[in-house]
Design a binder for this molecule. Structure first.
Ligand code: HGY
Ligand code: MN
Ligand code: MN
Length: 420
């Protein structure tokens, strides 16, 4: 095993900006929307195609693969001590319906770039290096978000998750079988198999790095979030003949609920993040009074007390506005604020400093799979800027130079951790 400083420098210098960028373009072509973005939702044929491409690249580079029961994909580069716990880096390949080409993909491809740069540099690390592709980080098609990492860490039960279904009634179990067929991996991996450390590179998905002229974000933690699904039950009736006094209008009640919730969640400091992203009306016909409305709530805040105080008000507020309708409120995710490991944060900071990248400490407004890894092993994240902070949007963009900077910092952190 080469001396740490020598191997770190060799691998960092072997990171290639153009190779990393080209792989982003290769993945971006899978599920491309024709408007500059991507629709590669979890466990769709496009997700399977992207995984298959990852497996082809891994095989060409001499790496081995394994997969766990929820489809999390692990790609391993051997180390000098094969029985030691691996250092793992990665993120996700699934996207929002109108997603960008860098959210999640950058973390996966930066990890692949580090593994290949180690090959190019002829460096053998003590611990194995692993790349991970988490299943269904986005939670767009199947809720909740960060599904694969939550099941891996034991925060969600596999059986519960396999039974959840998308708006067409397809279950995770059915979709997963298709994905594993499209990208077969014979070797099975246990949930919570030990990791020495986990590091995730990701675009910031916000404007701070770009507006302050920093290239690297040393992520200190992730704000907490609570997700709810609210189902309002009324009665379909004729729009022209039914008097208001006879109506059980699910839309009228749902609108009253959302209006009251927005008032509850309004804060002068603009720290609360409250979003109703999905609002489904049935039967969705202009001349039938809506009999059923289902809407989602995505509520986030860095302070646990606020998450508890305001989150616990969601159900009572919905019940108070139900009018003559029924209402069912299900909390689908409740994740406390996460702090990342101080030692990993120091490694990220010192790598950015040593490589002369302007950097700053910052928390993450977006959630990430690293949230669940933080409960299993020393974990941390590396942010790079994205243009105007735009994300979850087809216009999402990042520069090849910033992506390469993030991959070089990831390389230094991963090699140092793997040689401990
Ligand atoms: O929702 C999130 O924060 C993540 O980008 N999926
Ligand atoms: Mn992401
Ligand atoms: Mn996302």
């Amino acid at each position: 095993m080469a001396d740490d400083a020598v191997s770190v420098t060799a691998v960092v210098e072997a990171v290639r900006e153009n190779r990393l960028w080209q792989r982003h373009m290769d993945i971006a072509a899978i599920g491309a929307t024709g408007r500059g973005g991507v629709n590669r939702q979890a466990l769709t044929p496009e997700d399977g195609q992207a995984r298959r491409l990852m497996l082809e690249w891994a095989s060409e580079l001499g790496f081995t693969a394994s997969v766990d029961a929820i489809g999390n994909l692990f790609i391993r580069r051997a180390g000098a001590q094969p029985a030691s716990d691996p250092v793992v880096a990665g993120s996700h390949l699934d996207s929002q319906p109108t997603g960008g080409n860098f959210d999640g993909v950058f973390g996966v491809l930066a990890a692949l770039e580090v593994l290949e740069a180690a090959n190019d540099a002829g460096v053998v690390t003590g611990r194995p290096l692993e790349l991970v592709v988490w299943t269904n980080e986005e939670g767009a098609r199947f809720q909740p978000a960060t599904m694969g990492s939550a099941v891996y860490a034991g925060a969600l039960q596999l059986e519960t998750v396999l039974a959840s279904s998308d708006s067409d009634g397809v279950t995770v179990e059915q979709a997963l079988a298709g994905t594993l067929k499209a990208a077969p991996v014979p070797v099975r991996r246990d949930f919570r198999s030990p990791m020495a450390a986990y590091v995730e590179a990701h675009i910031e998905q916000g404007p701070v790095l770009e507006s302050t002229g920093n290239t690297i974000g040393v992520v200190t933690g992730i704000q907490g979030l609570r997700w709810f699904q609210v189902e309002v039950g009324g009665e379909e009736a004729h729009a022209g003949t039914t008097p208001r006094s006879n109506r059980r209008d699910a839309l009228a009640a749902a609108v009253a609920m959302v209006t009251k919730l927005q008032a509850l969640m309004f804060d002068e400091s603009d720290t609360v993040r409250f979003t109703v992203g999905r609002f489904e009306v049935a039967p969705n016909s202009p001349n039938t009074i809506p009999g059923r409305v289902v809407f989602t709530i995505d509520f986030r805040h860095p302070d646990q007390d606020v998450l508890t105080r305001l989150g616990d008000r969601v159900e009572p507020v919905c019940r108070a506005e139900a009018q003559d309708c029924t209402v069912k409120v299900v909390e689908t995710m409740n994740a406390p604020p996460t702090e990342f490991d101080p030692d990993v944060r120091d490694l990220v900071r010192s790598a950015a400093r040593r490589q002369a990248f302007r950097h700053m400490d910052m928390t993450s407004g977006a959630t990430h799979d690293a949230k669940f890894m933080a409960g299993l092993c020393p974990s941390g994240m590396i942010f790079v800027p994205c243009e105007s902070g735009v994300s979850h949007n087809e216009a999402e963009n990042a520069s090849a130079a910033d992506l390469a900077a993030g991959a070089r910092v990831l390389a230094e952190v991963a090699i140092r951790l793997a040689n401990r």
